[in-house]
Design a protein around this ligand. Structure first.
Ligand SMILES: Nc1nc2c(c(=O)[nH]1)N[C@H]1C(S)=C(S)[C@@H](COP(=O)(O)O)O[C@H]1N2
Ligand SMILES: [Mo]
Length: 300
């Protein structure tokens, strides 16, 4: 080796080590190793900030720090374990108390409802949050198509489950199930998301179609939905079945109602150092009329 090649390679080595250290520090504070960069190559959003002035969370963080228990308890391993998840073909069944039940392929739903960008804050009950540029369409549009009967008062959502493809803890009561009051489901903020950062959803974020209810804790936003059912009684939910004292049906983001294990007064925005105060309804004040006269501590 010539002195120059030694010098150059040593310099490259040092630069590489510095990069690796910086990368490790970044991973430590944002919660994990990056996913395959390919999904985020060419990721696009029309804005860099939400309407409150908060920066979008990076594509890398949104796709590598995930709660999806069908795959794993470990947020940082979901992306890897979900890589081969088969999400096509995929049909969503809408049934129950409706005049026009139907089965819709995700392709048909996209054709008919023309998903558009919706930048929403996403607040997990574990007190971390993100700002995500989803692509989606109002659930209200799909409900309009199936025509709920007068007796329909709630909407139930059921996720996909296949133990062969999903190596998470099979003693949990999968498939994951969730619910909304019909008026919540019809609110314009409630969307079915089919993409993020301008691309079809990656498996770890709930491909090919997931619910997003931005004023509620993240666990309400069921991923990889197969079934939507209109019912007359308040449905049970995955988390309130597992731990009724910890997770209620409403799960509205509320700084004044603590979870037994997590104060909800403040939150950690992924990729941002300082904690921030939690906002009532996650800052979506327009949903307040849905809960007029309701005790939000009792209806947690
Ligand atoms: N089917 C299913 N949906 C789910 C979950 C899950 O484990 N399984 N986790 C929920 C929780 S706790 C959160 S915080 C969000 C996380 O969504 P994200 O990984 O896209 O940020 O998904 C929700 N939807
Ligand atoms: Mo969550």
């Amino acid at each position: 080796m010539t002195p120059e090649s030694l010098y150059v390679s040593r310099r490259a080595f040092l630069a590489g080590a510095a990069m690796a250290a910086a990368g490790a520090a970044l991973a430590a504070c944002t919660g994990g190793p990056a996913t395959s960069p390919s999904f985020c190559d060419g990721a696009t959003a029309s804005v860099s900030h939400d309407e409150l002035g908060d920066a979008l969370t990076s594509c890398q963080d949104i796709t590598s720090y995930n709660n999806f228990y069908e795959f794993s308890y470990g947020k940082e391993s979901v992306a890897r374990l979900a890589q081969g998840f088969k999400t096509s073909p995929w049909t969503v069944t809408v049934s129950g108390l409706v005049d026009k039940p139907g089965r819709f392929s995700v392709g048909e739903l996209i054709q008919r409802h023309q998903p558009a960008e919706r930048v929403y804050r996403m607040r997990c009950v574990e007190a971390w949050s993100m700002v995500v540029p989803w692509t989606g369409f109002p659930l209200a549009q799909l409900l309009e198509d199936v025509q709920p009967k007068a007796e329909a008062k709630f909407v139930r959502f059921v996720s996909f489950y296949d133990a062969k493809q999903m190596p998470g803890d099979s003693s949990l009561p999968f498939p994951y199930f969730e619910g909304l009051r019909l008026d919540e489901a019809r609110h314009d903020l409630t969307i079915l998301a089919t993409g993020l950062y301008g691309k079809p959803l990656p498996p770890q974020d709930g491909a090919p179609i997931r619910l997003v209810v931005p004023w509620k804790y993240g666990f309400k936003s069921a991923k990889s939905i197969l079934g939507i059912e209109l019912v007359d009684k308040q449905p049970t939910t995955f988390w309130s079945t597992l731990a009724p004292s910890e997770y209620g049906f409403y799960a509205n983001v509320n700084p004044n109602v603590d979870h037994p294990r997590w104060s909800q007064a403040s939150e950690r925005r992924i990729g941002v150092l300082e904690r921030r105060e939690t906002l009532l309804f996650n800052g979506y004040d327009e949903v307040a009329p849905l809960y007029a006269g309701m005790d939000l501590a009792e209806n947690y």
